[in-house]
Design a protein around this ligand. Structure first.
Ligand code: HEC
Ligand code: HEC
Ligand code: HEC
Ligand code: HEC
Length: 162
């Protein structure tokens, strides 16, 4: 009886640990976000990003630099994370949505996305200055400083207010 209780308590203890491990959010790529974030009514986030320097960041790397992990880790979302976490994302898409908003495998469904609390609980990130400074820092060979407010205005892609 006592023994059974101990086993039960041990199992209960294991459930949260297992649940945590299952939460390895994966990177699905910007094309998956496009289907819901590319209409003028919603704010054209995909198009704004696609036309930005972030989407073309891999083009800045020439020759051997294009495959040098010391460069690609900041010029590409995919290259910045372990290949085990790739679920559709490509190195070529450059710095994409998930570098700033978190890997989308769990929050991408409509029922979760439309509920901010649920999205945050499933890996979505609302970026802050620190998110940008993972890449915009003096480790970048071309770094000339980073002003958050100015930079934020340059990449703005808000949902239009009704
Ligand atoms: C199935 C449709 C769908 C997909 C796919 C989707 N989204 Fe969303 N997303 C929504 C909806 C709906 C909202 C709620 C706001 C709105 O109505 O426009 C939202 C809101 C957001 C917000 C704002 C959250 C907040 O509260 O400020 C971010 C950021 C976001 N999505 C990023 C992404 C990213 C990044 C991807 C791809 C990894 C993605 N979404 C994929 C439908 C989707
Ligand atoms: C370089 C970082 C970065 C990238 C790349 C990026 N975003 Fe964002 N995104 C932000 C920031 C910063 C905000 C503003 C957050 C806030 O409201 O404080 C934001 C806000 C949003 C919002 C909410 C807007 C609102 O008015 O509430 C949506 C939706 C969104 N992003 C979707 C996307 C999608 C889809 C992509 C890719 C196609 C993408 N973002 C790429 C940084 C980024
Ligand atoms: C994963 C790395 C990474 C993150 C995170 C990131 N950036 Fe960038 N950003 C880059 C790279 C790389 C470039 C240069 C791309 C190029 O010029 O080819 C760039 C370019 C830019 C530019 C264009 C510079 C110009 O003068 O035209 C702006 C603006 C910018 N980022 C703002 C932001 C903001 C704001 C955030 C955070 C919300 C952010 N970035 C997050 C890597 C990143
Ligand atoms: C710590 C992150 C980081 C690393 C590492 C990094 N970059 Fe960048 N790179 C950036 C950011 C952010 C920008 C845009 C702003 C700036 O210049 O700091 C950028 C901009 C550039 C630009 C200018 C693009 C343009 O359109 O003007 C070139 C070229 C470049 N990087 C090449 C490289 C090469 C080559 C390497 C590897 C030796 C490298 N970067 C490593 C973050 C990084």
């Amino acid at each position: 009886m006592m023994f059974k209780k101990i086993i039960l308590i041990m199992c209960l203890g294991l459930i949260p640990a297992a649940a945590l491990m299952a939460q390895d959010y994966e990177y699905i790529g910007a094309m998956k976000c496009k289907m819901c974030h590319n209409s003028p009514a919603k704010g054209n986030q995909y198009k704004i990003w696609k036309d930005s320097k972030h989407a073309h960041a891999m083009e800045a790397l020439k020759g051997a630099d294009a495959t040098n992990p010391k460069c690609t880790k900041c010029h590409s979302t995919a290259a910045s994370v372990s290949e085990n976490l790739w679920a559709g994302i490509t190195v070529k898409e450059g710095v994409s949505c998930e570098s700033c908003h978190g890997p989308g495998s769990k929050y991408k469904s409509m029922s979760i996305m439309k509920d901010r609390k649920k999205a945050l609980a499933n890996g979505m990130i609302i970026p802050t200055e620190a998110t940008c400074k993972k890449c915009h820092n003096s480790e970048s060979p071309t770094f000339k400083g980073f002003d958050y407010k100015t930079a934020l205005a340059k990449i703005a892609h808000p949902i239009p207010k009704h």
